[in-house]
Design a protein around this ligand. Sequence first.
Ligand code: ATP
Length: 304
Amino acid sequence: MNAKVTVRDLRKRYGGVEAAAGVSFDIHDGEIFGLLGPNGAGKTTTVECVIGLRRPDAGTIEICGLDARRQPRAVKQKIGAALQTTALQDKITPREALALFGAFYARRAEPDALLDRFSLRDKANAPFDTLSGGQRQRLALALAFVNEPELVFLDEPTTGLDPQSRLELHAEIARMKQDGHTVLLTTHYIDEANALCDRVAIIDHGRIIAVGAPKDLIAASQAAPTVSFTTSRPLPAASLASLAPTGVTQDGAAVRFATTDVRRTLGDLLAIVDREGVDLTDLHVQKTTLEGVFIELTGSDLRD
Ligand code: ATP
């Protein structure tokens, strides 16, 4: 698999904070690659160093075969980026912004095509300060596409959006891949990484602590599987305690807990159900989720 991006031992320190503490990863041609981590993990710092907005203290960055630290101008022709917040002049319209940004590039897309693609046609001539959060985010994506980039960097593109706008943006990001673009996406939403990314790098305290396809990270996890079930009426607490002494979540007749011995636990559960004279109405055994992997690796939940 060809690497579109190769980052090795990237370091960036702000005073006493080592925001990137030796970050290394590859992004393959045509994949959606996720950088997943909590607030302050070093995602934005990493992306900003990779795309040439910040000068790293150390490390090598190769993009589309170019040394990004030596040839930043050539790299900028090949990439597009939508950062966390897009600040434009209050009165500039989407059509004007697309024309203006396009003028910086040798190769550029037609503003009308981008307005259609990102569902901004009816806001083409509206001042920026009248656009909603979702419309601003779509304009940021359209601007990232103005030079028809090979590679797109999206820094937390869905943060702060309502669920409907998030889903629309997810569809757009999936389409980028279908159209042959390579995408780097940073996020602190585990569901987003799971749904969109071919491979995910989990980053915490400026270090990448795992990389792989979500399903491979889950398969390699040592975290205990989860058993969840619902009964026709709630089981007594004493019965549940004999199934799993700790970590049981009970919400009425719905129960959830982790177990390292699924076979024994299910045998015990069937015996209890029989003894108590209740029916099992729902039963699931699930190998851990990406969230479970994250907690296992970082020792914490997403801190926000
Ligand atoms: P978020 O999800 O909140 O955007 P992040 O993973 O993108 O977080 P960064 O923004 O890269 O994380 O920040 C990493 C660390 O570096 C944090 O501790 C942050 O406070 C610090 N940091 C980031 N930018 C600066 C700066 N310009 N000056 C000083 N410290 C900074």
